[in-house]
Ligand binder design. Structure first.
Ligand code: NAP
Length: 250
């Protein structure tokens, strides 16, 4: 049955940024599809735990440093015994005119959105090899993996890079049965875009060029996230799928 291929029954997923927004939606969808979920967050994922229950375990970690990576893997194995899926969702954005953009705003974004993503992905892939299994890696990219954006140079650098690294890793690891893909969300109503949505002119501007005529929601991302984590995507390698209400098609 084709729908069985989308099931995540028996799988264990690590999802970063599990306390809110898109990450919380992905955790909920994975649990609904049958997976056990390790949610990584720097603040407790209390609401996510309430939504999901026993299939969810929260690991508290600050992903601005790579030091936390070994402990994330250890806690995942201790709790659920294996890892099959990693979603690199945690991310930050800093808005400042490029003419005066600070080194702090550069480094903080690149550390969370790119450096930790790479080394956590490497650690999870090593775990797949240790298990003798393949696995699925999903990187949350952005419209700014394709476009320049305004006043967000470090975010654009990180999200453009993550799309490239997704292809590199897919090339190297397809032979191990590891699929590395990305999802590029469009303009979604979460904390990440609160500042944009509160600026009436920018908000109206953005809305007017989304063919779907509305901001996206975490629920809009769930189908692509389950697909890329499931057996249904076994022959999809290195591609970043836009879930953007048609933004990139304009
Ligand atoms: P969000 O509500 O701001 O969520 C970001 C998540 O990342 C939160 O869980 C946040 O935790 C976590 N995080 C940030 N820094 C962290 C750190 N140092 N250690 C651990 N966790 C950290 O925004 P979102 O929209 O759901 O964003 C999720 C992903 O989608 C991000 O990668 C973002 O760039 C991407 N994205 C979003 C949009 C959009 O329109 N919303 C569009 C394209 C791409 P805290 O709550 O503790 O900060």
């Amino acid at each position: 049955m084709i729908l069985d291929k989308f099931s995540l029954k028996g799988k264990v997923a690590i999802v970063t940024g599990s306390n809110t927004g898109l990450g919380q939606g992905i955790c909920r969808a994975y649990a609904e599809a049958g997976a056990k979920v390790i949610g990584v967050s720097r603040r407790p994922s209390t609401e996510t735990k309430e939504l999901i229950g026993d299939a969810f375990h929260n690991v508290i970690a600050d992903l601005s440093s790579t030091e936390v990576i070994p402990s994330i893997i250890e806690q995942a194995i201790e709790k659920f015994g294996r890892v099959d899926i990693l979603v690199n969702n945690a991310g930050i954005i800093k808005r400042q005119d490029s003419i005066e953009f600070s080194e702090e705003n550069w480094d903080s974004v690149l550390n969370v959105n790119l450096k930790t993503v790479f080394f956590l992905t490497q650690a999870v892939a090593q775990q797949f090899l240790k298990q003798g299994t393949g696995g699925k890696i999903i990187n949350i990219a952005s419209m700014l993996s394709y476009q320049g954006g305004i006043r967000v140079p470090s975010y654009t650098a990180s999200k453009s890079a993550i799309k490239g690294v997704t292809m590199t890793l897919a090339n190297e690891w397809a032979k191990y049965g590891i699929n590395v893909n990305g999802i590029a969300p469009g303009y979604m109503a979460t904390n990440n875009t609160a500042q944009l949505r509160s600026d009436e002119d920018r908000s109206a501007d953005i809305l007017s060029r989304i063919p779907a005529g509305r901001w996206g929601t975490p629920a809009d991302l769930e189908g692509a996230a389950v697909f890329l984590a499931s057996d249904a995507s076994d022959y999809v390698n290195g591609f970043t799928i836009a879930v953007d209400g048609g933004w990139l098609a304009r």
